[in-house]
Design a protein around this ligand. Structure first.
Ligand SMILES: Cc1cc2nc3c(=O)[nH]c(=O)nc-3n(C[C@H](O)[C@H](O)[C@H](O)COP(=O)(O)O)c2cc1C
Length: 368
């Protein structure tokens, strides 16, 4: 980029600090499950290669990682609850750091969004209430299968689930991650507690908005107790119906929830916009998290840069563009064409369509 007086001082390529995370630019790789974990839900060398290829992002947010065996629900997804998994993730973070990048671990407990065929022996499908999700989930053994009927967590078990997030955060830092992100949307366990459709409890974790927010707030506090609030982020998408989630009043729920979460002084709030929903998610995020916002969903370079230049967000995360463009930052800088990904290899296993997308060839400059 050349110096230009008309160039706004803050743009997508300028550095920014979010809590304790110092980003070299504001292009964030969004979390993406790619179903390439090895035996025992442990990361593989191929995953280290894939993430290192994308290390020019200001920050990489890992695919969803289960904090416990009960938190697994999809096929070949990774965990962060034993030493083999910590070893595997250590190789991933070392490769990203060697390439000059930063990476946080997205902690994702699926709760009821699971089928037992995707879960290790001895693990269970749990939820705040025994409400089965409508729909199906892919399994390697038997193709599409209904979601499990979850067992309701007993009141005396909830503390142990919260502690799984704390231990996974301990493991994340042992493995060299720069931070952790709570996955608090898409119908997974924290969102199941927040929402009236999935939370029918009558104890301290259900009923009133204060009670429904208790679980994710205690999880955030547990995660922050390990390495400080400045290394913890959270991802939300109010009124997201994914995985059969429904809440009677998402605005009411999230106004209270974000008001309390903002007191925790987290590194960032990662907001997925949802124009089809009843809430202006980005405006809500701005109200409570001001300049610590990462925004997502269907941004292109131009819109993302505008959002940053006019102060609407600190950073923008890109998901699908990162699949086939490992050097997305360089392509944005050069105005290069973006490659399209092959949907057939998204979850296919193996290097093809994962770590073999080519880098940009200088000289092939096009207008975006
Ligand atoms: C293949 C794939 C896997 C995804 N897995 C996750 C995930 O593990 N955790 C998560 O929070 N979001 C996940 N997402 C959602 C993305 O992070 C992102 O919100 C979405 O792709 C929209 O952003 P985009 O328009 O830049 O692609 C996934 C998306 C895709 C395409």
């Amino acid at each position: 980029m050349t110096a230009n007086n008309k160039q706004p001082r803050t743009n997508i390529f300028s550095a920014v600090s979010l809590g304790s995370l110092a980003l070299a630019n504001r292009i964030v790789m969004a979390p993406m499950t790619r179903s390439r974990a090895g035996a025992g839900a442990a990361p593989t060398q191929m995953m280290a290669d894939y993430y290192a290829q994308r290390a020019s992002a200001g920050l990489i947010i890992s695919e969803g990682i289960a904090p416990s065996a009960n938190g697994l629900g999809y096929s070949r997804t990774p965990g962060l609850y034993n030493d083999t998994q910590v070893d595997g993730w250590s190789r991933v973070t070392a490769a990203v750091h060697a390439a000059g990048g930063k990476i946080v671990a997205q902690l994702m407990h699926v709760g009821r969004v699971a089928n037992k065929l995707n879960k290790p022996a001895g693990s269970e499908t749990l939820g705040p209430s025994p409400v089965q999700a409508r729909g199906e989930i892919y399994t390697e053994e038997a193709g599409m299968q209904p979601f499990d009927s979850p067992r309701e967590l007993r009141a005396d078990e909830i503390g142990a689930v919260i502690d799984e997030y704390r231990l996974a955060t301990v493991n994340a830092f042992r493995a060299g991650f720069d931070g952790v992100e709570l996955h608090c949307t898409s119908g997974y366990l924290p969102a199941q507690f927040l929402s009236t459709g999935t939370n029918q409890r009558t104890d301290a974790y259900g009923g009133s908005v204060q009670n429904r927010c208790r679980f994710p707030l205690e999880v955030l506090a547990a995660m922050a107790s390990v390495g400080g609030h400045g290394r913890v982020g959270m991802r939300i998408c109010p009124d997201n119906p994914f995985n059969d989630l429904a809440d009677e009043d998402p605005l009411d729920t999230f106004e209270y929830f974000l008001g309390e979460a903002a007191l925790l002084d987290l590194a960032y709030l990662h907001v997925i916009r949802m124009p089809s929903g009843s809430v202006d998610n980005i405006a809500l995020g701005q109200r409570f998290f001001g300049d610590r916002l990462i925004v997502n969903d269907s941004y292109d370079f131009r819109e993302a840069n505008e959002f940053i230049a006019n102060g609407s967000a600190a950073a923008v995360s890109f998901g699908r563009p990162y699949i086939a463009n490992p050097d997305l930052v360089e392509r944005f800088r050069e105005g290069a064409a973006l490659a399209k990904f092959d949907a057939r290899t998204l979850y296919a296993g193996g290097e093809h369509g994962y770590s073999d997308y080519p880098f940009y060839t200088p000289g092939k400059v096009v207008t975006q």
